[in-house]
Design a protein around this ligand. Structure first.
Ligand code: PEP
Length: 256
């Protein structure tokens, strides 16, 4: 039997909700988070990190930022450093999400700097990659993902400080997903690639999440795949019962 990787189900709340809603959602998630077969992570808007941290209390649910700057500090109006996220109780930060890549022109080099900053601050970087619909239609999905992986993972990458999420851009928020066979094929290839670049032990141990329209209905099939170690969830993470149902669907990973 190979390495047992404990699944991670991460909720990316994006720019949704308000203060009271964030606290209530965190409380509901905390209330349902005992005895889950996976680790749980929530990434609220940065301005709500403190209130969400308070609502999660000792529930054992990890807290993460949705982005960080690549520098430790300085003249970067509106930005947040990885150290600031750590100060708020974060253990994780998402970097390279396709919405950051598209909305803020973040390329692989920038994502790599952000992941390095996360590692420097003691955070786990949740590094996102994934092809657009046009790239998929052109048969370039594997090539694009390989190139993003090559450019986005810093030398500081290790299985204790890095999680990788495959998020096909065309599947985010659309209700469409690749077939389980397609997801497994990409994840298998990703694991082979990072084994080559960062060593066999890393390849064996790193958690590879799938993200893009995961919901309680499709989670069972996706989470059962051999090289899928959990999910990065957007829309369905805004409803505690759906998010927790997805988390409960990772159960059969225990003995993988
Ligand atoms: C995401 O944006 O990371 C995501 C996976 O969104 P959704 O689940 O809504 O597709």
């Amino acid at each position: 039997m190979g390495t047992i990787r404990r699944p991670l189900v991460a909720g990316n709340w994006k720019m949704n909700g308000g203060l009271e809603g964030a606290a209530a959602l965190a409380r509901d998630i905390a209330a349902g988070s005992s005895d889950l077969p996976c680790d749980l992570l929530v990434c609220p808007p940065a301005v709500y990190l403190n209130v969400v941290a308070g609502a999660l209390a000792d529930a054992g649910v990890a807290l993460g930022g949705q982005d960080c700057h690549g520098d430790e500090g300085g003249a970067h109006t509106g930005d947040i450093s990885a150290g600031m996220l750590a100060d708020c109780g974060c253990g994780f930060v998402i970097v390279g999400h396709s919405e950051r890549r598209a909305d803020h022109g973040e390329d692989d080099a920038k994502v790599r700097l952000k992941a390095t900053a996360a590692h420097r601050a003691g955070l786990t970087a949740l590094i996102c990659v994934g092809e657009t619909g046009a790239e998929r239609d052109a048969g370039r999905a594997q090539e694009v993902v390989a190139s993003q992986l090559g450019g986005s993972l810093p030398d500081t990458t290790g299985s204790a400080n890095t999680v990788i999420a495959y998020e096909p851009v065309w599947a985010i928020g659309t209700g469409r997903t690749p077939t389980p066979q397609e997801v497994q094929a990409i994840h298998h290839r990703m694991r082979a690639l990072v084994s080559q670049s960062h060593g066999a032990a890393f390849g064996d141990q790193v958690r590879l999440l799938y993200g893009g329209s995961v919901n309680p209905g499709n989670a069972t099939a996706l989470m059962a795949l051999a090289d899928v170690d959990g999910a990065l969830v957007g829309g369905a993470s805004l409803k505690a019962s759906d998010f927790l149902a997805i988390a409960n669907n990772t159960g059969h990973f225990k003995n993988k």
